[in-house]
Design a protein around this ligand. Sequence first.
Ligand code: ATP
Length: 211
Amino acid sequence: MRPLALLGGTFDPIHNAHLRVAWEAAECLDAEVRLVPAPVPPHRAQPVASAEQRVALVRAALTGQERLVLDTRELRRAGPSYTVDTLAELRAEIGPQRPLVLLVGADAFAGLPSWHRWTELFSHAHIGVLTRPGHGGTLPTELRTRIASRRANHADALRTTPAGRVLAITVTPLEISATQVRSLLAAGREPRYLVPDALLAEPALLAPYRA
Ligand code: ATP
């Protein structure tokens, strides 16, 4: 069955690496990929732009293609939004059989043990770990131990079971971060070619980050 995959994030703002790695994951897994902006990231500093502004940026970034889809479910939920709840909700919607894949960058994956009820993530979904430049180091011991028996060597393992495996997905190394895009904008510079042209075409979209 065609997997459903999601890439959560603050997307403060969305940039070309988000789009490209999500695209490559979609191809690697032959999956439908949803981008899921987080309104109140529980374990992160508060974003610069509001949830609505970040959603508008993601929406603009996704125009002109259909493979990557915006999913605003976390914005409709009251209180802090936890990935484990989002996965449980999606699992209830798609039924027990369809593969569900949580995509995370290598940096986010290394921090998994700080996530709310993180050990339950595997019962709802697979995890696809996207390579990211500068983030290939050793994993915390508790995470390494927890995933040792879950490692998959090929995307097929994620396509034939609904949840519970961990696959490293090698994507084009793109050293772009939202932090970098925010600093450029705050310094009065234009992040052209780091973000989709659509974000620059409408000045109001990136206004929250400009000095
Ligand atoms: P910030 O610089 O504000 O920390 P970010 O660029 O890491 O932001 P997020 O919105 O936090 O962007 O990222 C959402 C998801 O996309 C995370 O799982 C993150 O690891 C992944 N990601 C972001 N940028 C890259 C990249 N250049 N390569 C691979 N994965 C990435």
